[in-house]
Design a binder for this molecule. Structure first.
Ligand code: SF4
Length: 307
């Protein structure tokens, strides 16, 4: 795999998503308690050009030409992608050269800046997150840069929605006993109506968190909250698509490349590679014995991370 591109990764929201990672690990404006990538080492809000944008675009085009199943090209990865000041240029170039929709997964914290809003305008889908509407809960979950406050984020989301013609799918990561109490949910409902997004997608911690202080909600709890939020709301906890068996010969390398950026469950790996369950499990076991990866149980699933 390349320097910037990883996957396609099975995404609960975007099908097979070819990830484009334009941020060095780990530059982010947040340091969320549930982050899969690890602790934020560079908490920043200053945007900059991290890499040659033409090199990134070239690599995406090459990877698209050899990957048969790509539903979305997705800017995401090792930190907050809008910190890269070339993201608008890269999206525009890809829109001209590739006929695959482009999505951006962002924590939404920089949308109060006009240049960030302009940079995302050509994307087909923007997936911002909003984990709290009360300042104290926001600070607890997202541990933001000191110059960011929740009102600025909500106003930035509102301004973006007004200017942007594409789809906005707002993700709310619910953490048990942190942002799921009735008062916070009522405030969320008001803000959701105010923001006028196309979808609200409820998530909970279902992958192994970097820290042991986060908790997941049960299916029934999520469904109740979903009903309370109304018809635009859905939960995003399953993934159905699979790839053709044997499509990726170099699947071990591909899996390692994804594991550098996020954890994967055994089921995810079976879906990405198209391998039979037992063969995938046996090979992962060999990779673990070689010291390349580590496995552990979380909830009902077996997960893998880089060693
Ligand atoms: S915004 Fe995303 S990358 Fe940044 S700390 Fe939170 S989960 Fe991690």
């Amino acid at each position: 795999m390349g320097k910037f591109v990883f996957g396609p990764v099975p995404s609960r929201r975007l099908g097979f998503s070819l990830g484009v990672d334009v941020i060095p690990s780990k530059y982010c404006s947040f340091d969320c308690i549930y982050c899969q990538i690890g602790k934020t080492t560079n908490k920043e809000i200053i945007r900059r050009s991290f890499f040659d944008p033409q090199e990134v675009v070239k690599e995406v085009i090459e990877e698209v030409s050899i990957s048969k199943h790509v539903d979305y090209i997705t800017f995401s990865g090792s930190g907050e992608p809008t910190l890269n000041s070339d993201i608008g240029l890269m999206i525009r170039e890809l829109k001209r050269k590739v006929d695959i929709p482009i999505s951006v997964i962002t924590n939404g914290s920089l949308l109060f800046m006009k240049d960030v809003r302009n940079d995302l305008i050509m994307a087909d889908v923007v997936l911002p997150s909003l984990d709290a509407v009360s300042d104290d809960i926001f600070r607890y979950i997202n541990r933001p840069h000191s110059l960011i406050d929740i009102d600025a984020i909500i106003n930035g989301l509102k301004d973006f929605r007004k200017a942007y013609q594409g789809n906005v799918w707002l993700e709310i990561m619910l953490v048990k006993d942190v942002n799921d109490d009735v008062e916070e949910l009522k405030k969320f409902k008001n803000i959701i109506d105010y923001l006028n997004v196309d979808k609200v997608q409820l998530n909970t911690v279902i992958r192994p968190p970097g820290e042991e202080i986060t908790g997941r909600l049960g299916k029934t709890e999520l469904e109740k909250i979903c009903e309370f939020f109304g018809s635009k709301c859905e939960t995003i906890c399953t993934f159905e698509k699979t790839v053709t068996k044997g499509e990726k010969e170099d699947w071990a390398e591909m899996v390692l490349d994804i594991l550098k950026r996020r954890s994967l469950s055994l089921d995810d790996i079976v879906k990405i590679t198209g391998l039979p369950f037992q063969k995938a499990k046996d090979t992962l076991c060999i990779m673990e014995n070689e010291g390349k990866i580590k496995s552990f149980h979380f909830g009902e699933s077996m997960f893998y991370v880089m060693n």
